[in-house]
Design a protein around this ligand. Structure first.
Ligand SMILES: [Zn+2]
Length: 226
């Protein structure tokens, strides 16, 4: 079972990019994050979600974190667009947590990733008491997600928030965001690639999700100072 332990702080950013504040109160999970991917069956962004999952699972494994983005269950996009437009507008108006949407109902999955076909503001939301989260990605047919390599990194960036990372100010890094001047178009590249994490972010993942056995080994291997 997935359980969020600490509260997160969510702030708005530039259109198309929902950003979290500095990781003053990060959001750890336990075990595997079970994902429901909601998209049109022929959506060209679906492989990018799987790439982002592999990117994060490699980063988490490197950090020694016993956390992974787990199984993906694909569902059609269906009639969600109207609800998403309303939620997206709500995020523009307020930094408060949105009401839990009825379309998520009693969803058994931990994380719903929705690939919208609308020109809305992408957003990420957590409902701590329900141990549920949603990532909504706007259409990739409009700027700046239409630029090569941007959507891939926006998806990964939002997933980084889900596991507790905030923003840095280095425009060459995945988690760059407000108040730094970097924007999603900075992800544009003719080469398909994920921007890297900072060493501080890797250390934060280690601290958030560090394996207790590994920590015990580290403690036991520490030389005595007698
Ligand atoms: Zn962000």
């Amino acid at each position: 079972m997935i359980r969020r332990l600490l509260k997160t702080l969510l702030v708005m950013s530039a259109p198309g990019f929902i950003l979290f504040a500095a990781p003053a109160s990060p959001a750890p999970w336990n075990g595997a994050i079970d994902i429901c991917l909601c998209a049109a069956v022929d959506d060209r962004r679906i492989p990018l979600v799987y790439e982002a999952i592999r990117f994060w699972n490699a980063a988490l494994a490197e950090a020694g974190a016993p956390l992974q983005f787990g199984a993906v269950h694909q569902r059609p996009l269906s009639e969600l667009e109207a609800a998403l437009t309303q939620m997206s507008a709500g995020k523009l108006r307020s930094h408060e947590t949105l009401p839990y949407p009825s379309f998520m109902g009693d969803m058994e999955h931990d994380l719903l990733i929705i690939l919208s076909d609308a020109d809305i503001v992408s957003f990420t939301e957590h409902w701590e008491e329900r141990s549920r989260a949603v990532i909504v990605i706007k259409s990739d047919k409009v700027h700046p997600l239409s630029l090569p390599n941007v959507t891939r990194n926006v998806i990964a960036h939002e997933m980084g928030h889900i596991i507790g990372l905030g923003h840095n100010s280095d425009e060459t890094r995945l988690m760059c965001g407000r108040p730094a001047p970097c924007r999603p178009e900075d992800f544009a590249s003719s080469q398909p690639r994920f921007l890297p994490l900072t060493e501080e972010e890797k250390n934060l993942l280690r601290r958030l999700y560090g394996n207790s056995e590994e920590q015990a080994e580290l403690l036991s291997s520490t030389p005595s100072t007698e």
